[in-house]
Design a protein around this ligand. Structure first.
Ligand code: UDP
Length: 138
């Protein structure tokens, strides 16, 4: 069993896609082990995206992810990191396969609806930024 961090980004929340996204994970057989809505501070956003510090899109990414409420969840299941990434589709929605979340609901890289951890190691780090130990149910 793996756990991964999923964010419905502010564009996804504003467009009312949260329920659709949660339903897809549940129907696939993944469990929601933690769930909250929050608005990130710039410091939290910079920490979450620290691997992108200094890249040309970094400031815009931080502006966007802090622009409104997002929904954070811990998704658990067999190979959850990989399964969630494949259900999300490619980072650039123009390249995302039809049927994936980005492939159905997004067109712009800077408004691509969802985040999912890219490895078990980054999932551990990212979950600890968003959830306390007692907020993730076993
Ligand atoms: N991003 C962007 N422009 C780029 C690359 C990335 O706006 O040229 C944004 C995009 O929203 C992406 C996020 O930065 O989801 C994090 O990038 P990463 O490469 O980690 O993609 P992800 O893991 O989200 O697919």
């Amino acid at each position: 069993m793996e756990e991964t961090l999923v964010l419905v980004k502010p564009d996804g929340v504003a467009r009312g896609l949260t329920g659709e996204i949660i339903a897809r994970f549940e129907r696939r057989g993944l469990q929601i082990a933690g769930l909250k809505m929050l608005r990130l501070s710039r410091a939290q956003a910079e920490k979450h995206y620290e691997e992108h510090t200094g890249k040309p899109f970094f400031a815009g990414l931080v502006d966007f992810i802090t622009s409104g409420p997002l929904v954070a969840m811990v998704v658990r299941g067999e190979s959850a990191v990989k399964v969630v990434r494949s259900m999300m589709g490619a980072t650039n929605p123009v390249e995302a396969a039809p049927g994936t979340i980005r492939g159905e609901f997004a067109l712009a890289m800077s408004r691509n609806v969802i985040h999912g951890s890219d490895s078990v190691q980054s999932a551990k780090r990212e979950i600890s930024l968003f959830f306390g130990e007692h907020e993730v149910l076993k």
